[in-house]
Write a protein that binds this ligand. Structure first.
Ligand SMILES: C[S@@+](CC[C@H](N)C(=O)[O-])C[C@H]1O[C@@H](n2cnc3c(N)ncnc32)[C@H](O)[C@@H]1O
Ligand code: SF4
Length: 469
């Protein structure tokens, strides 16, 4: 598979220059963490359908678990996550109690102690919850599910919000992977995004995680933030190398003020334009691959060659989930908490978005599903194609259609109509059966995946997605 060692910087070499490519392909397209994507979920899928889907899970199906904690101590101006500022400990405790009720209910509906391979705590800031509640929730999960040997337990951590008791809870929780939000280490940028976080603070957090026996460390960086420059993001990436992370995620800042009101506090004129964003991505890419020895994985991840994600990418086993790229192969992902999304063999389900609405639903009806989508045969086929494009940067349409017992004809029509301009610009090849994304094409892979999205052509009255690059 061609997922590793593909360089974005060559998009600056032969053929159309970067500015032309960006003008052509920097439309607003989904990130394809699901297909159909979340804007196409509907209230037709509610808690009774979810209850049925859980009961129907095959007896040998392993599951992955996602827990969403929608609280932070402060709101970073760029934040695109589902969270709000809640500092009251009584609110945190009440939320933990509701989460435990939901875990009980879901486990009861599954009807057995399903095997768990991955747990992911996301947010918001999961360590907003009191240490004893974090441990109690993990204990509840272990009571209700059978943890596979070597199960991965991952948690997102804001290095500025890890008091000693939460740090000490990571051991008893069994955490094996820590993901630290770094974003940018330049003081001017940090001020502009309302997130002041020193390198030392970040380093202390990374060291503490390692000392507690955490085997894998991830960092999140962002480009395209206000006042960022290529030189500045390269400096941040270089300092990040010193933290010796196993993986680095590099996200393009998603400026969606129509969805996240607080982003209106970022003056548009401080945001780098599309060509500058591209140069910043390139600068980070160069530092991580040339100086750090990381390999590029998919659209936005970097991993040490020895890391399981790099190995999964090489073997064509990488998967896409709501957390981005994953090595998890469980057929079902169960989401707990406000706004969390579950992915079951039958389709997707999403919980009520706010902590208050979620708690109300669980208290009155024991499940909080408010929308979702049941997958059709066509959705499954297109999802598999989109997953391969996003994960492997190549797809064999005959092979995917064969696995789905489907006719590849429609896919080939979509590819034949849509691939010409990508081929012409040297971003991919298309031979009537296989698409292979080239080194130049990696940053535009979302746009190639979008060729197979049957929902994109549906009319919409408002913008939904962030920039492709
Ligand atoms: C749930 S959040 C953060 C976890 C933790 N609260 C923190 O801030 O460190 C996970 C990651 O999403 C990314 N992120 C948040 N808002 C974003 C946005 N608007 N555009 C791109 N990435 C974003 C950040 O890199 C962040 O570390
Ligand atoms: S980036 Fe992290 S800490 Fe900042 S508001 Fe978003 S979830 Fe909270």
């Amino acid at each position: 598979m061609s997922t590793v060692q593909v360089s974005v910087e060559s998009a600056e070499s032969a053929g159309p220059d970067a500015a032309q490519l960006i003008a052509r392909y920097d439309g607003r397209v989904p990130r394809y963490t699901s297909y159909p994507t979340a804007p196409h979920f509907t209230p037709a899928i509610g808690r009774s359908v979810y209850a049925r889907w859980l009961a129907e899970l095959p007896a040998d199906a392993s599951v992955s678990l996602y827990l969403h904690v929608p609280f932070c101590d402060r709101l970073c101006l760029y934040c695109g996550c589902n969270t709000s500022v809640v500092r009251l400990e009584s609110s945190h405790r009440a939320y933990a109690a509701v989460l435990m009720r939901e875990i009980d209910r879901v486990a009861m509906l599954i009807g057995r102690r399903a095997t768990v391979s991955h747990v992911h705590w996301g947010g918001g800031t999961p360590t907003s919850l009191p240490a004893d509640r974090l441990i109690a929730i993990m204990d509840k999960l272990k009571e209700r599910f059978a943890f596979a040997r070597g199960a991965e337990i991952a948690i997102e951590i804001d290095p500025t919000s890890l008091p000693p008791d939460r740090r000490d809870a990571l051991g008893p929780m069994g955490v094996t992977r820590v993901s630290l939000g770094v974003q940018d280490l330049e003081p001017g940028v940090q001020k502009a995004i309302g997130r002041e976080q020193s390198y030392e603070e970040t380093r202390a957090c990374a060291d503490a995680a390692r000392a507690l026996g955490v085997s894998s460390l991830n960092l999140d960086l962002i480009y395209g933030l206000p006042l960022q420059t290529s030189e500045g993001v390269a400096r941040t990436a270089r300092r990040a190398l010193d933290l010796e992370a196993d993986r680095v995620a590099v996200f393009g800042y998603a400026h969606v003020p129509w969805m996240k009101r607080h982003q209106t506090l970022i003056p548009e004129e401080t945001l780098p334009g599309p060509a500058e964003r591209f140069a910043q991505l390139n600068a980070i890419h160069r530092v991580l691959t040339h100086e750090g020895g990381y390999v590029a994985v998919g659209l936005d991840h970097y991993a040490l060659p020895s890391d399981s994600m790099a190995r999964a990418a090489t073997a064509g086993r990488l998967k896409r989930s709501f957390q981005g790229y994953t090595t998890d192969t469980a057929p079902a992902l169960i989401g707990f908490g406000a706004s969390s999304i579950g992915s079951l063999p039958q389709g997707y389900v999403q919980n009520a978005p706010t902590a208050a609405a979620y708690a109300r639903e669980i208290e009155t009806a024991q499940l909080a599903t408010v929308r979702g989508v049941a997958l059709t045969a066509d959705d499954r086929l297109r999802r598999d194609v989109i997953d391969r494009v996003m994960c492997d940067l190549e797809v064999d349409l005959d092979a995917v259609a064969g696995e789905c017992s489907a006719d590849p004809a429609q896919l080939k029509v979509a590819a034949s109509e849509g691939m010409a301009r990508f081929v012409c610009d040297g971003l991919a090849s298309w031979d009537g059966r296989r698409i292979v994304v080239s080194e130049r094409g990696r940053p535009f892979v979302r746009s190639i995946a979008a060729l197979f999205d049957a929902y994109l052509s549906q009319p919409s009255d408002k913008p939904r997605h962030s920039r492709a690059v």
